[in-house]
Design a protein around this ligand. Structure first.
Ligand code: LLP
Length: 382
């Protein structure tokens, strides 16, 4: 995956650092746009996956809208070239200041997650003398068959409005002059690899859409969120997600009415595979039954393995010796600070460079300064 010249440059860069293959990102964006373009679908990049300026600039230049979940994400999207008219704002707990910012910025839609939020948005819009364009985030009760921490479309989850609240929602809409219903929003979870899940989502969306239309409410925007997974096991063979099959499912099963438009909020599928975490081996230590490769990246740099027990492929970039098994662990004082157990690597020694793959999404954005460690920097292939 990395040529000799690139690995040579890695040696002179302070570790740990995130490395982004911008060529792969470009190819991925093109593939996604081309497949969505076949059906006239709209794409809004979910900034939470990766909000590095260079990445945002490339994605906005490629014609994507944005999906934001905080006031600062709205600011970052606008300052890196996303047009406010193509920004969606989701989130179960928007603050008053964030709502005011969204209204002031004239974004495409605030995706509201409760009746209580509708009231607050309507009051704030009234104070500002504007009408708020909103979409209703609805819980479709579709199981995403993914890790329970990143499942969001079930009745027990905190997100969105439940179907038995719809009548009260319509009453609220009628009584609040400062709200304009633009659309319906759904997002059922992340790292979804079973495409049948999206087929089930389409069926529920069709039913819910039909209910609103039969109640004389016409949502122009149908937003089905993000969630398409990537292949963490084999990032070289499956560099780019199967956007063709993904969008084909929606084209086959979603029933749009009149001039309704279909919107997506991909995050991981766009940026996941282009990012790698490069880290140096500090020590190799023999335990009772295992050998530890202790590296200079920690769970503060990449929390996914500790938080979701997620798998990331790990490779040694500098050794070609016979393979041995290692637990690859970080320096943080927690046993969960482990990137992989019993990983087969060429015989590994102090100062070897390891790469942790497929970390472009929810890697850097979820990093912290735990233990007062410095934040890992980003390095870009161009
Ligand atoms: N739209 C909404 C409303 C979302 O909440 C999310 C992600 C997305 C779109 C983008 O989903 P994606 O296409 O990336 O699956 N930190 C976790 C993932 C959390 C996802 C949260 N919501 C992880 O590292 O796996």
């Amino acid at each position: 995956m990395f040529n000799k010249e690139t690995i040579g440059k890695f040696h002179s860069t302070p570790t740990p650092f995130y490395y982004y293959d911008m060529g792969l990102l470009r190819e991925t964006l093109e593939a996604c746009s081309a497949e969505a373009g076949k059906y006239g679908y709209f794409l809004h990049y979910a900034l939470k996956a990766n909000s590095n300026p260079q990445i945002l600039k490339l994605i906005s230049k490629s014609g994507f809208g944005a999906d934001c979940v905080s006031g600062n994400e709205i600011r970052a999207a606008i300052s890196h070239g996303f047009s406010p008219g193509h920004i969606m704002f989701s989130g179960v707990g928007k603050s008053d200041d964030e709502i005011r910012l969204a209204l002031h910025s004239k974004i495409q839609s605030l995706n509201v997650e409760s009746r209580q939020e509708m009231e607050v948005i309507s009051d704030l819009a009234g104070e500002m003398g504007v009408t708020a364009d909103i979409s209703l985030r609805i819980i479709p009760n579709v199981d995403a068959h993914t890790h329970r921490y990143i499942t969001t479309g079930l009745e027990e989850n905190k997100f969105g409005i439940l179907p038995w609240e719809f009548e009260k929602v319509l009453d609220k809409l009628k009584s609040r002059q400062n709200l304009r219903l633009k659309g319906l929003h759904f997002h059922i979870g992340s790292q979804i690899t079973d495409l049948n899940v999206f087929k089930s989502l389409c069926h529920r969306v069709n039913e819910i859409n039909a209910w609103f239309i039969s109640n004389q409410v016409f949502p122009e925007i149908i937003n089905v969120g993000g969630g398409l997974g990537i292949d963490y096991g084999d990032p070289d063979t499956f560099r780019i997600p199967d956007f063709s099959s993904y969008f084909r499912i929606f084209s086959n099963f979603i029933e749009l009415q009149g001039n309704q438009s279909l919107h997506f909020e991909p995050g991981r599928a766009l940026v996941g595979q282009c990012g790698s975490l490069i880290t140096k081996v500090l020590f190799v230590k023999k335990g009772i039954s295992t050998r530890f490769a202790i590296v200079d990246a920690g769970m503060n740099d990449l929390i996914r393995p500790a938080l979701y027990q997620s798998y990331h492929k790990i490779e040694n970039l500098t050794s070609a010796e016979q393979p041995e098994k290692y637990d690859v662990v970080g320096p943080i004082c927690e046993s969960s600070d482990c990137f992989g157990k019993a990983i087969s690597l060429p015989k590994t020694s102090r100062m070897d460079l390891l790469v942790i793959r497929s970390v472009g999404a929810y890697g850097q954005t979820m990093s912290s300064q735990y233990n007062l460690r410095d934040l890992a920097k980003a390095v870009y292939s161009d």
